[in-house]
Design a binder for this molecule. Structure first.
Ligand SMILES: [Zn+2]
Length: 140
């Protein structure tokens, strides 16, 4: 087994930092005293970035890409901006790829509906664990 180095910084609660150290230094980037200014700047930029993401999400009413509604909202924005672009190949590419993404979204939505109908017809939405004609086999 290969011994894994870790940062030598000790936290205020006495635990050692578990991040990997930089190649030529005993500290990770965040805890290196010689790079404290750089680390502070990186933290500041990270905070600005998160704030900017939050502001944009509110301004554009973006719920996030983890739901169909969120993806649909993003595609609405892309189409609106794409239609407003100067006519040319980039505009056409934006509109075509948005159409492809929207078609995929419709397909997924239709499959989800059909699956729901099938699950309802077979029994309840969830499968019983054992004692079934089609027992669940673990992936190999
Ligand atoms: Zn560290």
């Amino acid at each position: 087994m290969v011994a894994r180095r870790s940062c030598v910084f000790v936290m205020p609660d006495g635990r050692q930092c578990r991040a990997g150290p930089q190649l030529d230094r005993p500290y990770c980037f965040a805890h290196d005293p010689e790079r404290a200014a750089e680390a502070a700047e990186a933290r500041r930029l990270g905070g600005l970035r998160r704030r900017k993401e939050g502001t944009i999400a509110v301004a554009y009413d973006l719920p996030g890409l983890d739901t169909v509604a969120g993806i649909r909202r993003l595609l609405d924005i892309v189409v609106t901006d794409g239609v407003g672009m100067d006519n040319g190949i980039p505009r056409l590419r934006v509109l075509i790829s948005t159409a492809v993404a929207a078609a995929n979204l419709l397909k997924v939505g239709e499959l989800e509906e059909r699956l729901e109908v099938l699950e309802t017809a077979v029994g309840q939405g969830s499968r019983p664990e054992e004692d079934t004609a089609f027992p669940i086999e673990p992936f190999r």
